[in-house]
Design a binder for this molecule. Structure first.
Ligand SMILES: Cc1cc2nc3c(=O)[nH]c(=O)nc-3n(C[C@H](O)[C@H](O)[C@H](O)COP(=O)(O)O)c2cc1C
Length: 359
């Protein structure tokens, strides 16, 4: 088997190395982190799902000041519709946490989550960002068509072979195959079919997807170093996407106490939970998750649960209290390093990968 580090994906995306920074919504993927990964030869991606359209535009302009290399912007492609029918019982559980944190109690009867998707897409198209990637579903028409007309590359994250085929048929240029080891939200499209997400391990998922689509596959989930990169290429992937590995980088926007929790965690520390957002996501088990699980109450669906827990997560962040923050993390956290720049992380991974390849 002839494994090359410069894969077709590199030519297609005009990058030196087949390594994507995951777009990480909620702040970790700062403009400095995105630009640093792109400058190091990978593809930086801005996690823009929760960002106001104007803030996305400003960030794109800031990234362009820091790099002339390609980069991507990532959004959540799922319709926003709130379901607040059980808001009373949910706030009953959350108010006990609010009391502990000394933040105002909530007794609202309705929830209105912002629906920014169309305006976010418009900004990405107007700014002609080279790559648009989505989680939770394929970029819907007519945005797909507009993206194609503007020569943007479109990437979708999937968790099953069926989703990969759907993404290919919809016109995506590449697919991220997200194994169950991955930190953050499960990218699974159909929450009715898979209420806790489709949780197939990276090692099983990648080759099965590779065998069923023609477009390049990017492996994600638990990949932390050059060994993971080479293993992914051997499985037939043309590249990797990493989120957790970059959370402790100097340029990462992750809170210092979150970085600390990551560095202290092990492969046993994380669980997949719907407690924070209503969508299954992998993160370090903390008091918030324990208290939620003990309540026996079902979370509201995404994005309603996400909207109603936001004040608690924000307060915990202000108070530097990791017990009530969403500490998204994959299963590879023993392989994290402290105080390294993103450029050095990329260089280390590539160097290790090269050392594995036969000369
Ligand atoms: C903190 C964090 C936030 C994430 N946010 C997003 C996101 O906004 N959009 C997305 O497509 N994937 C997101 N992901 C998932 C990544 O795309 C990717 O599947 C995952 O990071 C791969 O596993 P790893 O964390 O073990 O590298 C996030 C992951 C983490 C760790």
């Amino acid at each position: 088997m002839n494994i090359q580090l410069q894969t077709k994906l590199c030519h297609m995306f005009h990058i030196q190395y087949p390594l994507f920074l995951a777009g990480m919504a909620g702040g970790p993927s700062t403009v400095n982190l995105v630009a640093a990964v792109s400058n190091a030869g990978g593809l930086g991606t801005l996690g823009a799902a929760y960002m106001e359209p104007d803030a996305i535009r400003t960030s794109i302009q800031e990234i362009r000041k820091r790099t002339d290399k390609p980069f991507g912007v990532n959004l959540f492609a799922s319709p926003v519709s709130d379901n607040d029918t059980r808001i009373g019982e949910v706030n009953g559980v959350l108010n006990r946490m609010r009391e502990e944190l000394h933040v105002p109690l909530e007794n609202t009867s309705t929830v209105k989550s912002p629906d920014l998707f169309e305006k976010q897409c418009a900004v990405i198209l107007e700014e002609r960002v080279p790559v648009i990637s989505t989680a939770f579903g394929v970029l819907p028409e007519p945005f797909m068509q507009h993206a194609k007309e503007a020569n943007l590359l479109v990437v979708t994250m999937v968790t099953t072979v069926e989703e990969a085929i759907m993404a290919e048929q919809a016109g995506c240029d590449a697919i991220v195959a997200q194994g169950s080891e991955a930190g953050g939200h499960r990218g699974t499209f159909d929450m009715v079919k898979h209420p806790m997400g489709a949780n197939i391990g990276t090692f099983a998922l990648v080759p099965q997807i590779v065998d069923h689509v023609q477009i390049p596959v990017i492996a994600a989930g638990g990949i932390m170093d050059g060994r993971g990169l080479i293993a992914s290429l051997v499985l037939g992937a043309q590249g990797i996407q990493m989120g957790t590995r970059f959370l402790t980088a100097i340029e990462s926007g992750a809170h210092e106490v979150y970085k600390q929790a990551l560095l202290e965690s092990t492969e046993e520390s994380t669980v997949i939970t719907k407690a924070f957002s209503g969508r299954p996501a992998r993160g370090i088990r903390n008091s918030f998750i324990r208290q939620w699980d003990a309540s026996g109450i079902q979370p509201l669906p995404f994005p309603t649960q996400n909207t109603v827990t936001r004040d608690i997560r924000n307060a915990a962040s202000r108070m530097c209290n990791p017990d009530y923050m969403s500490l998204w993390a994959g299963q590879g956290t023993r392989l994290l390093t402290s105080g390294q720049s993103a450029g050095d992380i990329v260089a280390d991974i590539i160097q290790q990968a090269r050392s594995i390849l036969p000369r």
